[in-house]
Design a binder for this molecule. Structure first.
Ligand code: PA5
Length: 449
């Protein structure tokens, strides 16, 4: 049974019914490439069967490590960037209370989770060090290549902090490395220092890695249920097998995105109405953008957090350039609800809302926004999930991963590589004078003059 309700009513004005039939052969071709693993980048598609085919022993070790972290630490610093960061951040935010790190130990299920290594901001690092203060902490450093500058810099800082606090041996007991099985600077250091190590499988790229140790260890340490996360993903894997876009919502979503793109709707906004879903959009942006943005093609993935962005981007969305469409992720049930307090007078003009809950008002606002935006020429899609829990998140993760695999192949690109990410690294290494980049250093430094 499908757990996601994919609502396409609000694209009816933008897509004619015959267009669904016309796109089906392209989707079928993409699905064949993906399923038979003969398309570009097929060696990075192990995420397809990950929910049923993962290393159970490592999964147990992840749970044991999470328990150890919870028993000897108040804080886990998770160091990583891109695909080695966004999935864990998304899930930790999605599955825990809004102010989890500020809750007391009694109120919190697991440790406080802070993220580092996704910028080169000294101020951020100093602030985080001050925030940790004298609390016991552990570090999970995550890097497939083991050589990415931002996490390597942050790891050096926090390793030194651990060593000062716990001594060299004590520090080693608090460092968890998630990296490649065989190679890379982090792999080599983890082996030499005997850190507890988890593997990023070869066949799974960074942006598809949230259901590996990359995401699972921080998520489990936060107290969330990773078994339910995998169970949701497994049910999605079982549910989305049909090639027919009328029977497969993940494929239908990919098909609609492609139809809209061909009509000039080249930017997609992933929309939410819950602040705790903000990083769902950040994770999704990497998944979509790094997968599709190749050969000067692909839908530009953006996001909007409502109501906040109605008061910033709202004007543009309603009436700016007509190349946008929106996909809302909506919860059928909020985690919690609140009655609008009754008031004796009507000084604030809210009496007409009395008797409603705040979530009912939120849901009605969402419906109103769809109507206004559709009237303004913005096609709207909605992905309804039943609850904000681990099972539904696992299901949703798989839905999006599968959809972008299909949609990427409809663009005739390799959805599973990311050559463009290297360009900035080369320029940065050249300017910083990294050994091995001598020719580039000369060329890039000349451009500064
Ligand atoms: O999707 C990707 O591959 C990238 O975003 C990487 O995850 C990111 O560059 C971090 O790389 P690494 O895990 O090697 O440190």
């Amino acid at each position: 049974m499908t757990q996601i309700r994919f609502d396409t009513k609000a694209v009816a004005n933008f897509i004619e019914s015959h267009e669904y039939g016309e796109i089906q052969p392209l989707v079928t071709m993409a699905a064949d490439q993906l399923r038979h693993r003969n398309g570009a980048g097929a060696e990075y598609t192990d995420w397809l069967t990950l929910p049923t085919d993962y290393d159970r022993d490592e999964f147990q070790r992840i749970q044991a490590a999470a328990k150890k972290i919870q028993s000897d630490s108040k804080v886990l610093v998770v160091i990583g960037i891109g695909g080695s960061y966004l999935g864990a951040k998304m899930a930790v935010d999605f599955l825990n209370p809004s102010f989890n790190n500020e809750l007391s130990d009694d109120q919190r299920r697991g440790v406080k989770v802070y993220f580092a290594g996704n910028s080169l901001s000294a101020t951020y690092l100093n602030d985080l060090i001050r925030t940790i203060g004298d609390q016991d902490f552990s570090v999970n450093v995550i890097s497939k290549s083991g050589t990415t500058t931002e996490p390597s810099v942050a790891f050096r800082v926090f390793k030194q902090l651990l060593e000062k606090k716990y001594g060299a041996e004590g520090a080693k007991q608090r460092i968890y490395a998630t990296t490649d099985a065989n190679r890379g600077a982090l792999h080599d250091e983890a082996e030499a220092s005997d850190y507890e190590t988890f593997i990023i499988p070869d066949g799974i790229g960074g942006r598809f890695s949230v259901l590996t140790a990359v995401g699972l260890l921080p998520i489990a340490a936060s107290g969330a249920d990773i078994e339910q996360l995998m169970a949701g993903a497994k049910d999605a894997q079982d549910a989305y097998t049909d090639n027919d876009i009328n029977d497969n919502d993940a494929y239908r979503y990919a098909a609609i995105r492609r139809i809209l793109y061909d009509k000039g709707y080249t930017t997609e906004l992933l929309v939410n109405w819950e602040p705790s879903l903000q990083y769902l959009s950040e994770w999704w942006k990497q998944l979509m953008g790094e997968s599709e943005g190749k050969n000067h093609k692909g839908i530009y993935p953006s996001s909007a957090n409502y109501s906040t962005d109605l008061h910033s981007l709202g004007q543009y969305i309603q009436d700016g350039r007509r190349d946008l469409f929106e996909t809302a992720v909506l919860l059928d049930q909020p985690v919690s609800d609140l009655d609008l307090p009754k008031s004796a007078g009507n000084g604030d003009g809210l009496q007409y809302l009395e008797g409603k809950t705040i979530d009912q008002i939120n849901a009605t606002a969402a419906k109103g926004v769809v109507m206004a935006h559709v009237d303004g020429g913005v096609p709207n899609l909605a992905i309804h999930i039943q609850k904000q829990d681990a099972y539904n998140l696992g299901y949703l993760i798989y839905f999006f991963e599968l959809a972008v695999g299909i949609s990427g192949y409809t663009f005739a690109i390799n959805p599973f590589n990311q050559p463009g990410v290297e360009a900035y690294k080369t320029a940065m290494f050249a300017l910083l004078g990294k050994p091995g980049y001598e020719a580039e250093t000369k060329a890039f430094r000349a451009r500064l003059d």
